[in-house]
Ligand binder design. Structure first.
Ligand SMILES: [Zn+2]
Ligand SMILES: [Zn+2]
Length: 326
C-alpha cells in the first residue's frame, strides 16, 4: 500500500494522506481584508464608505463570505460563517469563524478559520446629524421589581440576535426608560410583560421626522408599562381581609379567603404580603383547628375544609387567633 511521503500514514489522495494533503493545499487560499466601521451609538455599520442603518444578524456574515477566496483545487460544498465569543459591549459580535466543507474526488475535507475582521469605532451620519442617539421607541417601566428587570434584560439579549437594539437605559424614580431602535420591539416587549406579569400599558406615538431621502416617516412610540405590585398566586391582606391573587391582567381580581368569593382589588390598595406556612391540623371537631406557626397554640381556621387530624396544611395568618387555608 502506498504511504504518505510526508508522514508515512496510508496515502489516499495522490501520494498524501488526507491531513497532509489538506496542509499542503489549504481549502481557503486567502481572505480579502474587510474593515467594518461600527457606530458607537446605534447598530449602523459602514463598509467601503456606505452606511447600513438596519443590519440584520446576517449582514456581517454575508460580507465575510464574499471575502473568502477558495482554493480551486477543491469543490466547495458548504461555508458557514458564525459569530464567536460574546458581545456585551457592542451592538454586533466582533469575532467570526468561517467553517468550510470541501471535497477532493471522493474525499470530504473540513476546516475552520477565524476570519481576520477589522472593527473600527465610528459615528454614523445619522447620529452625527441628529446630534443625539437614534431610536424609534421608548419603553417606560414603572414600579419595576427585580424579576421584571431580569425578564427585560433577557428579552434585550434575545432581541439583539434578531436585530433589535437597546441604545440607552435611563434610571427613573421607580423604574427605567429603555430606548430601542425599533418600535415593533417595544410593542412586543410590552405585550410580553403584560402577559407574564399582568399590569397595564399605555401607548402613544408622535411623528418626529420625515427622512429626506426616502420620505419615510418616523413615528416615535412611547409605551408606559406599570408593573403590578403583586403577582398571580400572591397571598396578601388588605385591612382585615385575606386574598389570594387570581389575575393581574387588566383588572386585579383576587379570592377573598374569608368567604371564597372573587373580588376586584384596586391597583393602589394598601396591602401586606403574607408568608405561607405549613402546619398540622390539631382538631377537627367541633371546628377545624391547626397549630399557629407563631404561637404554637391550637387556633381555629377561618375557612375550614374537610381535613384529617394531624394532616399537613398550608396556611397564612394576620393575627395570633386564627389561620386561613389556601
Ligand atoms: Zn500524511
Ligand atoms: Zn449611529
Amino acid at each position: 500500500m502506498a504511504r504518505c511521503f510526508i508522514c508515512g500514514n496510508p496515502a489516499v489522495i495522490g501520494s498524501y494522506c488526507k491531513e497532509c494533503f489538506r496542509n499542503q493545499n489549504p481549502p481557503v487560499k486567502h481572505f480579502k481584508p474587510l474593515t467594518i466601521k461600527a457606530c458607537v451609538e446605534c447598530p449602523a455599520i459602514s463598509v467601503e464608505g456606505k452606511w447600513i442603518y438596519e443590519p440584520t444578524p446576517d449582514t456581517i456574515p454575508a460580507l465575510i463570505r464574499k471575502k473568502v477566496i477558495m482554493n480551486p483545487e477543491y469543490n466547495l460544498k458548504s461555508m458557514i460563517v458564525s459569530s464567536i465569543g460574546n458581545f456585551q459591549e457592542s451592538f454586533h459580535p466582533v469575532q467570526y469563524e468561517v467553517k468550510v466543507l470541501v471535497s477532493k474526488g471522493k474525499h470530504d475535507i473540513e476546516q475552520t478559520y477565524e476570519f481576520p475582521l477589522q472593527f473600527e469605532k465610528a459615528r454614523c451620519d445619522r447620529s452625527l446629524s441628529a446630534k443625539s442617539t437614534y431610536y424609534e421607541g421608548i419603553l417606560q417601566v414603572r414600579g419595576i421589581t427585580a424579576v421584571v428587570e431580569e425578564f427585560i434584560d433577557l428579552a434585550i439579549e434575545r432581541g439583539k440576535s434578531q436585530g433589535n437594539f437597546l441604545v440607552k437605559k435611563t434610571k427613573m424614580a421607580s423604574g427605567y426608560d429603555y430606548y430601542f431602535t425599533k418600535n415593533k420591539f417595544v410593542q412586543k416587549l410590552a405585550n410580553e410583560l403584560k402577559k407574564q406579569f399582568g399590569g397595564n400599558f399605555k401607548s402613544s406615538s408622535r411623528l418626529v421626522t420625515r427622512d429626506r431621502q426616502t420620505s419615510k416617516e418616523l413615528h416615535r412610540v412611547t409605551i408606559l408599562y406599570k408593573s403590578p405590585k403583586f403577582f398571580r398566586e400572591d397571598l396578601i391582606s388588605v385591612g382585615s381581609n385575606v386574598y389570594r391573587i387570581k389575575s393581574t391582567v387588566g383588572k386585579i381580581t383576587a379570592i377573598n379567603l374569608n368567604n371564597g368569593k372573587s373580588e376586584r382589588l384596586s391597583p393602589d390598595a394598601k396591602f401586606t404580603r403574607l408568608i405561607p406556612y405549613t402546619t398540622n391540623v390539631s382538631k377537627i371537631s367541633p371546628h377545624l383547628e391547626a397549630i399557629h406557626p407563631s404561637t404554637f397554640q391550637s387556633v381555629p381556621i377561618r375557612n375550614p375544609k374537610p381535613k384529617k387530624n394531624g394532616e399537613r396544611v398550608r396556611v397564612v395568618y394576620i393575627d395570633d387567633h386564627s389561620l386561613y387555608l389556601f
